[in-house]
Design a protein around this ligand. Structure first.
Ligand SMILES: NC(=O)c1ccc[n+]([C@@H]2O[C@H](COP(=O)([O-])OP(=O)(O)OC[C@H]3O[C@@H](n4cnc5c(N)ncnc54)[C@H](OP(=O)(O)O)[C@@H]3O)[C@@H](O)[C@H]2O)c1
Length: 255
């Protein structure tokens, strides 16, 4: 085990190479934490590592190329944290995908991969991390959900995505209950529309959704708004908060 005692917390963020994940990496690094993150695209991860190489100490940001739907990768990723840090304080299940849109015309292959990425991988990462989380004095898991988990809003165009996130919200509650007696908090954050690669350039749809659903100032949610909520839930200020999914959606879910 390396001696990284200079860092405040050990944080694992899946999918830290773009969007909300990249902002989470930035904010946890700025808080003095050691951050482990992963993604499938090696170039994107290398850019992330290069961006933060200078201002931070060696070993503060550790990136691994891999797919969270791959059981071998997950085992390797968590084993690296165990070997190097010996504990895990914060696990953020952030990696997520929308692969299709529609109700009955989405392929079963897209459904499977959406559920594998957005629901099964978060469960498996939590399961694999329990022993490490138990080594922490204030362990917490945060799952990135979505406003689309809560109602069949017409603006949520992918059924498989909405269902995967609805499942994730129940996973948050179930595991908050199951892990509470071990002192592990489990919470979620459900953003509205956030400008990120996930929208894949669907600018018109994004703008229309913000106009129709974001009743608060018709303002798009920024990655930093979401990261602020995650950092709050990860902090001691939220020490008695567990089993909740916090909406950061400018009123999207109000109907
Ligand atoms: N953007 C929104 O409007 C919005 C709204 C509500 C909720 N969310 C949720 O917020 C989270 C982050 O979304 P985002 O908007 O920041 O998306 P994004 O910009 O597309 O980023 C997704 C990140 O996850 C990684 N990733 C995706 N699949 C992966 C896999 N199988 N294994 C490992 N890494 C994987 C991506 O890297 P690679 O592609 O290189 O793997 C990337 O780093 C997601 O869970 C999403 O559902 C987003």
């Amino acid at each position: 085990m390396n001696n990284f005692s200079a860092f405040s917390r050990v944080v694992c963020i899946s999918g830290g190479s773009s969007g909300i994940g990249a902002e989470l990496v930035a904010q946890f690094l700025a808080a003095g934490d050691q951050v482990y993150t992963c993604g499938r695209n090696s170039e994107k991860l290398a850019q992330l590592a290069a961006r933060w190489k200078k201002p931070y100490a060696d070993g503060q940001l550790i990136t691994q190329v891999g797919d969270v739907t791959d059981a071998d990768f997950r085992a390797h990723f968590i084993a690296t944290i165990a070997e190097q840090a010996g504990r895990l304080d914060v696990l953020v299940n952030n990696a997520g995908v929308i692969l299709a849109s529609g109700d009955l015309n989405e392929s079963v292959t897209d459904w499977r991969m959406t559920l594998e990425t957005n629901l099964i991988a978060p469960f498996a990462l939590i399961q694999a991390s329990i022993e490490l989380l138990e080594q922490s004095s204030a362990p917490v898991v945060i799952n990135l959900s979505s406003a689309c988990a809560q109602q069949p809003f017409i603006t949520c165009t992918s059924t498989s995505y909405s269902v995967s996130k609805a499942g994730l919200d129940m996973l948050t509650q179930r595991l908050a209950r199951a892990l509470g007696e071990r002192g592990i908090r489990v919470n979620g954050v459900a953003p509205g529309v956030v400008h990120s690669e996930m929208w894949n350039g669907a600018q018109a749809l994004m703008t229309e959704t913000v106009t129709r659903r974001h009743i608060l100032k018709q303002q798009i949610v920024m990655t930093k708004d979401v990261a602020n909520a995650v950092l709050f839930l990860a902090s001691s200020q939220a020490q008695l908060i567990t089993g909740v999914t916090l909406n950061v959606d400018a009123g999207y879910t109000l109907g």
